[in-house]
Design a protein around this ligand. Structure first.
Ligand code: ADP
Length: 414
């Protein structure tokens, strides 16, 4: 099956085409045929396109919305110019898999999209007003383009965390607020945490039940997950992605009283305060320079800027604090797994996070850690009781696999 995987944002559309089916899944023979991104939808958009083999292409076109963007990329992939011989016309796409940010309490696993599921995703807009509307637009655009007979599947960022128990997902607020408004921890990045947990157990030859790890997804958004017996037991993001670790532009945890305090002192409306916490805080807010960890690290090397150093230190300190908390919550773990742009590519950040953790049995191998950039690797020393791994994430692969399994009626995709 050629599965078109879509991640539909406010002004961007990321896509991949992955050829997979039940046999390929079993034999690990899924093939990524092409991938890319449309940026700047709404005006003159830039389309970056990479076929499996051959050079990448950058194109421009006026694309007013996600419908126009999808139409453009699907026609381009099907054309001779794309270098994707498996797709000769739009009928060669067999299914569409969508990344959907919020599945609320309704979706505990990936779901084939029909009118009821679409309504459910729309019902979650209240919980994810910035994300779910774009996901819905992506689904409607695909339906419009391919017709309603082409199967579409929604894979939710929240679903993996639906196993979190009440004591971890309830906030200590008046209980009726949970009953009335479903205010609780949902967690995000679930597909990424699930993917690296799956790779970890494949690398070690373990079963799901033997998978007891702490996963750290450190990208622009950052989250930690405590995974016990292969299931999410707790995670650092909350009702929204704002809670938890320090991120590129998000504050992560803070005293909730600060929110009103800032609003009052700075004369900001609730939504302006929300924007400040989500887009002007984190690494960017502390450093005053950038949300980009790579830039911060080169700035630190060249100028030893105090606020840049602080930003990196606070980022790593918070991550270490969560590792400690999760070790306590899950009665110890077997491994820490790093993923996401920073987790996969920055030996320095991994070393800072794992520094002085010998008390917990964690001891990094400096050489292995330095060598592990953008690839799967064990990075802890031979005598480390708590193992550490770097594992590049691949959410699109899981979305494509879930799409196939849901369509073919395989229960409980893993
Ligand atoms: P997103 O959450 O948007 O998918 P990514 O997972 O791509 O983001 O992560 C982006 C972050 O990864 C940025 O802060 C970027 O600087 C960082 N990053 C990428 N490569 C490196 C590197 N070699 N060293 C340090 N940080 C890196």
């Amino acid at each position: 099956m050629n599965v078109l995987v879509l991640n539909s944002g406010s002004s961007s559309l990321k896509f991949q085409v992955i050829a997979t089916d039940l046999d390929r899944i079993r034999e690990y023979k899924d093939e990524r045929l092409c991938w890319g991104e449309v940026e700047g939808m709404g005006g003159e958009a830039i389309i970056k396109f990479q076929p499996r083999s051959g050079p990448s292409k950058t194109l421009t076109a006026p694309l007013r919305d996600v419908g126009a963007a999808l139409d453009y990329i699907v026609r381009f992939i099907a054309s001779d110019r794309s270098g994707v011989p498996e797709i000769k016309h739009t009928g060669d796409f067999n299914a569409v898999g969508h990344r959907v940010v919020h599945g609320g309490e309704m979706f505990q696993e990936s779901a084939r999209i029909d009118d009821k599921v679409l309504k459910g995703i729309e019902d979650c807009i209240d919980l994810a007003p910035l994300h779910n509307p774009n996901n819905v637009k992506g689904i409607l655009a695909a339906r419009e383009l391919f017709g309603s007979d082409l199967p579409q599947v929604a894979v939710f960022d929240t679903a993996f965390h639906s196993s979190i128990p009440e004591q971890a997902y309830l906030y200590a607020l008046p209980y009726h607020l949970y009953r009335r408004h479903r205010i609780r921890r949902y967690g995000f990045h679930g597909t990424s945490h699930r993917y690296v947990a799956f790779r970890y157990r494949a690398l070690r030859g373990l079963t799901r039940e033997q998978t007891n790890i702490i996963t750290l997804h450190l990208g622009n958004g950052c989250s930690a997950a405590a995974i016990r017996a292969g299931r999410s037991l707790d995670t650092s993001m909350g009702m929204t992605p704002l809670e938890g670790l320090v991120m590129g532009t998000r504050s992560g945890d803070l005293d909730p009283a600060i929110v009103n305090f800032i609003a009052r002192k700075e004369g900001l409306s609730p939504s302006e305060t929300d924007t400040l916490l989500n887009t002007q805080s984190g690494l960017l807010g502390i450093s005053g320079l950038t949300n980009d960890m790579r830039e911060l690290q080169s700035e630190l090397k060249e100028h030893d800027d105090r606020r840049v150093r602080l930003a990196i230190e606070i980022f790593c300190y918070r991550a270490r604090k969560y590792i400690g908390a999760y070790l306590a919550c899950m009665d110890g773990a077997d491994a820490i797994v790093f993923t996401g742009g920073i987790g996969e590519n920055s030996p320095d950040v991994r070393a800072r996070i794992c520094a002085s953790m010998e008390w917990a049995g964690l001891h990094l191998d400096a050489q292995k850690n330095n060598d592990a950039i953008g690839r799967e690797a064990l990075i802890s020393a031979g005598d480390s009781k708590l193992l550490a791994y770097a594992i590049p994430t691949d959410e699109e692969l899981l979305i494509a696999r879930d799409t196939v399994r849901v369509i073919l009626g395989e229960p409980h995709p893993s």
